[in-house]
Design a protein around this ligand. Sequence first.
Ligand code: AMP
Ligand code: ZN
Length: 114
Amino acid sequence: MEDCIFCKIIEGKIPGDFVFKDDEIVAFKDIHPLTPTHLLVVPIKHIGALTDLATTDNTLMGNMIAVANKVARDERIADSGYRLVINSGKHAGQLVAHLHIHVLGGRQMSGDFD
Ligand code: AMP
Ligand code: ZN
């Protein structure tokens, strides 16, 4: 996908600090971390947002959560606890129009989602 920053990271055209790669999913460090550990789990296939998911993507989404859990364990935030966030669309504050799961952890968070 032209002009998609995450597609460019996946293709190696701009740098990414990868912590995981397989044939359908990558994970890399967020460039502006909101928590001590802040990773992004991203499908290699360009999917714009949650609203663009097809029912055939159900397995992919399950695999993305499994990767989020794995990288949380690898980065040692699993025992203390972590949060998965998917922003979809303008009101949610989605800035990058390539579906991604934020993996946030390493400090105490409030219950406030805003
Ligand atoms: P969202 O608001 O859910 O679309 O989140 C987009 C995230 O992508 C933000 O947390 C940004 O800090 C992050 N981001 C933007 N550009 C890059 C980049 N080049 N490398 C890593 N993370 C990025
Ligand atoms: Zn993309």
